[in-house]
Design a protein around this ligand. Structure first.
Ligand SMILES: [Zn+2]
Ligand SMILES: [Zn+2]
Length: 241
């Protein structure tokens, strides 16, 4: 399985697109989060919406769901089909009621299932998305009072999306067999709603060696030699995981 970040930026970054990823396994293409910058980022990458098999959503913030309206409308008007949407079951209603309803509703088309083929996911269950690609949702802490999820792909690749620092979880994941961790990283402390670099630097060396940093601010290059054994994921580079 390969992963390419279509963006590696924090919510406020301008040099990097929103932190959204393209995962490919045996010809199947999964978009992980669909932020405000995603439609243009995907176009700049030389791809179009119909080439995606599904989109998987981690939580309801603009840099992760802000591109879903265009995805739905393009697929409806240009391609006459609904995109497959994988999302935690508890987020289906909030995504529609709090984010998408205002823009998408028209006439009798007034529910999320009118625009997406919704596949609700439950925490802790492993789902086969395609040959060679499974996903399990892990609920992690990001914003007080809002559900947010990280992903475990194929039992070996942990993708934090957005979460506060949880060193114990990362240690447990490595003990469970996780080989690669992609973690959001706020460069300057305090972390507040994201893990910050200073917190991630407290991880044991064997966890740091498996950890790649994403969702970073525009000053990333100034931190190139300040990340311990962790490395920055580069936008548009293809990695095997
Ligand atoms: Zn974010
Ligand atoms: Zn967020």
């Amino acid at each position: 399985m390969h992963i390419t970040m279509l963006g590696t930026g924090s919510a406020f970054a301008k040099r990097y697109n929103n932190n959204n990823a393209l995962i490919e396994a045996n010809g199947y293409r999964l978009l992980v989060d669909c932020g405000i910058t995603l439609p243009k980022a995907l176009h700049d990458f030389g791809m179009d919406f119909p080439q995606l098999n599904a989109v998987l959503i981690s939580h309801i913030h603009g840099d992760h769901v802000g591109g879903l309206e265009e995805l739905a409308f393009q697929m409806m008007f240009k391609h006459q089909r609904k995109p497959v949407l994988y999302i935690a079951d508890v987020l289906v209603e909030p995504l529609w009621e709090h984010t998408l309803r205002g823009g998408l509703t028209q006439g009798d088309l007034n529910s999320i299932t009118d625009f997406f083929e919704v596949q609700p996911l439950q925490v802790g269950k492993s789902y086969i998305l395609a040959n060679g690609l499974t996903v399990e949702l892990i609920q992690t802490k990001h914003i007080e009072g809002k559900a947010s999820f990280s992903f475990l792909f194929n039992g070996t690749f942990f993708y934090s999306a957005d979460m506060r620092f949880d060193g114990q979880l990362l240690q447990e994941l490595v003990e469970r067999g996780v080989e690669t961790i992609y973690h959001d990283c706020q460069l300057e402390p305090p972390g507040v709603v994201h893990a910050c670099l200073d917190e991630l630097l407290t991880l044991p060396a064997e966890v740091q060696e498996k950890t790649w940093l994403m969702h970073y601010g525009d000053a990333m290059e100034q931190y190139a030699d300040k990340t311990g054994r962790m490395r920055f994921v580069k936008q548009h580079t293809v990695y095997d995981v």
